[in-house]
Design a protein around this ligand. Structure first.
Ligand code: PMT
Length: 426
């Protein structure tokens, strides 16, 4: 499987204004400057006053090769309206780390220091890589601020989960520099799926027992919605068949809501003839009750037996079609992840399978995930990251494979015709 991919980062000569806010992760921004420059970007750095307490402007000046600004009240720089010049220069603003306080001030449109002023004064797209204590990240105020910024088109990169400088464990770590670069490359690189139709399934299915009860599972839909968003970002026309979840539809994606596995199968099969790629990330219920009671079932003080029937396997049915799209499955496994996933890849005749470990707080209903991507000829591990970051990497790999396969099958008839001509000339 291709080790090097566009997602690993070529930023051309993108002009990046890197904002650093105050927090212990500020020291990691120094490495990010180096990596941005290695990826070809021109970098100018602005520190908040609090960031300058953690790392000196001199460090960033040495690494970026450019003067570093920390405040609005720099008379020499502002004589030539320095902040406006910087705002116009930037083609991308990245704030890493973005503290809870900075996110709150941006969400409310404050312009009370140089960095927030630049964010308002610049037309450049803004990306934030949050870093903070896990409680602060999970707080409803922070989540509401992040949702406000996302709705305004701000790209939120991460955060990752793991052990934190404060000794706690959870979501709130700054993404690694390489992951930030890969995400920026995905946002700024050439769009890999223009002219391609992608169908994604996401979320659980609910199998009704009676008018008030159902059999469901723990899928939140986050992974599949992130995959749909990542495919749309790559220029694809995306249809998303969603089981019952409470998530907003990603921008530019057409959503079809369904409830049961059979509803999902119908919606998927209707859309398949128009699709070039099918990505099945839904946690489709394997079984449904034989009969759905029309009235609420009553206790009768004794055992209650529910007889189940197997649901259709949507993924296998799509892969078995004569005229089939490029087919990507997921495998949710609690153990022997690679072994079971490889067996599914082969049994269901898939082009790729994204295997993830589930159970014990992993995979289902989490913000982050880790994937082992398997093809017939190899495997690649996509390291733990938040689901959107991971989905962007996954979609890049799918696009590369799909494009290679599509151009090989375009070349095949021409090769066959040439061979035929040569045979008849002999
Ligand atoms: O939604 P989240 O909370 O973000 O969680 C994400 C996830 C864990 C649900 C996701 O990453 C994932 O693993 N999705 C697949 C879950 C699953 O049903 O796995 P499976 O190993 O049982 O099925 C294998 C494949 O067959 C899957 O692609 C599944 O969509 C497909 N399938 C399964 C059964 C069925 N009847 N029809 C199918 O199409």
């Amino acid at each position: 499987m291709a080790e090097q991919s566009q997602a690993q980062g070529n930023l051309g000569s993108l002009r990046v204004l890197l904002g650093v806010s105050g927090g212990i992760a500020a020291y990691k921004a120094a490495e990010l400057v180096r990596r941005l420059r290695d990826a070809g970007a021109e970098v100018r750095v602005v520190l908040t006053e609090n960031a300058a307490r953690f790392v000196t402007p001199l460090t960033f000046q040495a690494l970026s090769g450019q003067p570093v600004r920390t405040g609005l009240w720099d008379e020499a720089a502002e004589a030539a309206m320095g902040h406006i010049e910087l705002a116009r220069w930037a083609r991308r603003i990245v704030i890493a780390p973005a503290s809870a306080d900075l996110i709150a001030r941006l969400a409310h449109g404050f312009a009370d220091d140089l960095l927030t002023t630049l964010c308002l004064a610049s037309a450049a797209p803004l990306a934030l890589a949050p870093a903070m204590n896990q409680q602060m990240w999970a707080h409803a105020a922070t989540q509401a601020n992040v949702a406000t910024l996302r709705a305004r088109g701000v790209d939120v990169l991460g955060p990752a989960a793991g052990s934190q400088a404060c000794g706690e464990f959870g979501a709130g770590r700054l993404l690694e520099a390489d992951t930030i670069i890969a995400e920026l490359a995905a946002l700024h690189g050439p769009k890999l799926l223009v002219g391609t139709s992608v169908l994604v399934s996401a979320g659980p299915t609910f199998e009704d027992i009676d008018p008030v009860r159902f059999i469901g599972n723990r899928s939140s839909g986050r992974m599949g919605f992130a995959v749909a968003q990542a495919a749309a970002e790559q220029g694809a026309s995306v249809h998303l068949v969603a089981g019952p979840v409470h998530l907003p539809t990603p921008a530019g994606v057409v959503r079809i809501d369904v409830r049961s596995a059979r509803d999902m199968r119908e919606a998927v099969m209707l859309q398949i003839p128009q699709s070039n790629i099918y990505i099945s990330s839904a946690a489709v219920g394997d079984f449904r009750p034989n009969d759905v009671a029309t009235h609420k079932l009553k206790k009768n003080g004794s055992e209650f037996v529910l007889t189940l029937t197997e649901n259709p396997d949507i993924l296998a049915a799509v892969a078995a079609l004569k005229k089939r799209p490029f087919v990507v499955g997921f495998a949710a496994e609690t153990h022997n992840v690679e072994g079971y996933a490889r067996a599914k890849l082969e049994r269901k005749k898939l082009d790729l399978i994204a295997a993830n470990r589930v159970g014990n707080g992993e995979g289902f209903d989490t913000c982050d995930n880790e994937i082992l991507l398997l093809s017939r000829d190899g495997s690649e591990r996509l390291a733990r990251a938040d689901k959107l970051a991971l989905a962007r990497q996954l979609v890049t790999r799918i696009a590369e494979r799909y494009t290679a396969q599509a151009s090989a099958s375009k070349r095949a008839p021409a090769r066959k015709a040439r061979a035929g001509k040569e045979r008849s000339a002999r």
